[in-house]
Design a binder for this molecule. Structure first.
Ligand SMILES: C[S@@+](CC[C@H](N)C(=O)[O-])C[C@H]1O[C@@H](n2cnc3c(N)ncnc32)[C@H](O)[C@@H]1O
Length: 286
């Protein structure tokens, strides 16, 4: 198959030509990671590992793969995220099934799981669980921890519950609708809540703006509305969390650190992501 500029099919074409056509089409559509994405989609379409494309570039595509690949390339040309097209995204050691009801889990969010591993809490609350990535990774990596996860979106909770069942972690994680569970106090609260301001939203890539759920990303005009509301509730009921780690957007760490202190946490510190941006703000109680 040759997936030409428009992602046309050409049954039986060699891998090299199929990939070449797709890379051209994706590049022309403004996709920065055109080669990688083309390989990921071809791997999904053929069921072959990506390494095989380098070792057997002259191999003809198997029957049906050309059509599947062309369809996927057309979706990616419209800037749909690869994770929605292939239906999954790796997070820590597990794979999450994802669709447009939930945010695609980001690598920087793994920082929240690292905080949990360091603190080794017995009870963990993941607020705004989305696909369930943070809660399920914590359950996977801290087998003794009791994990609770909430989300205000019932659609997201459906995805998270399905991921828990598929991963065999459904007896380890309790899901609750809303911002906070009806009762309970937790050793560690983790939250990757929406934190994009309305003005920043306009400048985001089409993958996010046109395909991911806006409510999962934008809480209001300033970007801090959901975090403020959560910390106000903790300030009113400090027994809810003994420690907290919140993911924040670039430049929000100081304001969120101050909010954590106002909510009664001390030893508040920001941890950087791999790009050096303060990304998780962590607070404890003495
Ligand atoms: C940025 S997404 C993060 C999803 C997931 N934790 C992750 O990191 O991939 C935020 C999630 O929080 C949910 N949400 C939004 N406002 C909320 C609130 N006030 N309380 C709880 N969840 C909320 C959204 O529905 C969405 O699923």
């Amino acid at each position: 198959m040759q997936a030409g500029r428009e992602g046309r099919e050409n049954e039986g074409a060699p891998v090299r030509d199929a990939l070449g056509g797709a890379v051209d089409a994706l590049g022309a559509a403004g996709v920065e990671s055109a080669r990688l994405d083309a390989e990921l989609l071809l791997s999904q379409a053929t069921g072959w590992p990506r390494e095989r494309f380098a070792t057997d570039p002259d191999e003809p595509l198997p029957s049906g793969a050309s059509r599947r690949f062309a369809q996927m390339v057309r979706r990616r040309v419209r800037r749909e995220p690869v994770a929605y097209i292939v239906g999954r995204k790796g997070f820590r050691g597990i794979e999450m099934e994802v669709d447009p009801r939930v945010l695609v889990p980001r690598p920087e969010t793994e920082l929240l799981v690292e905080v949990a591993l360091q603190l080794a809490p017995a009870t963990v609350l993941d607020v705004g669980t989305g696909s369930g990535a943070v809660a399920l990774a914590v359950a996977d990596e801290l087998p003794a921890a009791e994990v609770t996860a909430t989300d205000t979106s019932t659609d997201a909770l459906e995805v998270a519950r399905a991921n828990a069942v598929r991963l065999g972690l459904d007896d380890r994680v309790e899901f609750a609708a809303g911002a906070l569970p009806a009762r309970g106090s937790f050793d560690l609260l983790l939250a990757n809540l929406p934190y994009v301001s309305e003005s920043d939203w306009e400048g985001l890539q089409p993958e996010i703006r046109e395909h991911e759920p806006r409510k999962a990303l934008v809480p209001g005009p300033t970007g801090l509305e959901a975090i403020r509301s959560l910390l106000a509730r903790i300030a009113a009921d400090p027994s809810l969390a003994r420690a907290a780690a919140l993911e924040v957007g670039a430049g929000q760490d100081r304001e969120v650190a101050a909010l954590l202190e106002q909510a009664g946490f001390d030893r508040v510190e920001a941890r950087p992501d791999l790009a050096g941006i303060p990304r998780a703000v962590v607070g404890h109680r003495s």
